[in-house]
Write a protein that binds this ligand. Structure first.
Ligand SMILES: Cc1cc2nc3c(=O)[nH]c(=O)nc-3n(C[C@H](O)[C@H](O)[C@H](O)COP(=O)(O)O)c2cc1C
Length: 185
């Protein structure tokens, strides 16, 4: 099973990226979690661009999503909401069908004690609106990051490791259900 992981932060030393990296390391055999690194190359959404002139970086991401069985998005919280760079890419994707019925789980991670829960909730609403198949029981938010990672951004917290395993198992199940439904349709 192939899962594409998108970090909603492009900050060097991003905890969201570190969380996705930990997911990749903790995934079960048979599941590959690939962290997408191209968010910085996505131009600002422009509704004047015709469908046949989609920028290369956006088209490349669309191909990567199509080639994946499911998507994991981990978001930072900026000013009580989803960071602009992540919302920007979703604005591009909504003009295509790449996320429709695609199993997507949402994580958020923050230095704050709330774990970015406002951005987390907002992102789930956005993805529901885009008709993605949001894996709510696989969606986790991680508060107080400084207590959970070491200085090399390696996850050390056992409870977060358990939560990641539950999250991965939930999206794996959602992918299996979606693929069985498609096969029998
Ligand atoms: C511009 C900006 C706005 C932020 N706003 C919030 C906020 O509203 N709520 C919150 O909990 N954290 C907020 N933060 C903190 C980030 O969510 C937090 O540092 C998070 O760990 C960043 O993710 P990253 O490590 O992947 O870059 C903000 C950070 C920045 C840079």
């Amino acid at each position: 099973m192939k899962l594409l992981a998108i970090s909603g932060s492009i900050r060097a030393g991003s905890y969201n990226r570190a969380l996705l990296k930990a997911m990749s390391e903790l995934s079960s055999s048979g599941t590959t979690v690939t962290v997408y690194d191209g968010l910085k190359d996505i131009p600002i959404y422009d509704p004047n661009v015709a469908d046949n002139a989609i920028p290369v970086a956006v088209a490349d991401l669309m191909l990567k999503i199509r080639a994946s069985d499911g998507v994991i998005i981990s978001t930072a919280e900026y000013i009580y909401g989803v960071p602009g760079i992540l919302k920007n890419v979703l604005d591009w994707l909504v003009s295509s069908d790449v996320l429709i019925l695609k199993p997507v789980s949402v994580s958020s991670i923050s230095t704050s004690s709330l774990g970015g829960v406002r951005a987390h909730s907002a992102l789930i609403l956005i993805l529901h609106t885009m008709n993605a198949s949001v894996v709510v029981d696989g969606s986790i938010h991680v508060p107080s990051v400084y207590e959970k990672f070491d200085e090399n951004r390696k996850l050390t917290d056992e409870l977060t490791k358990q939560a990641i395993k539950v999250s991965l198992s939930a999206i794996e199940q959602a992918v299996d259900i979606a693929e069985n439904q498609q096969a029998s349709a």
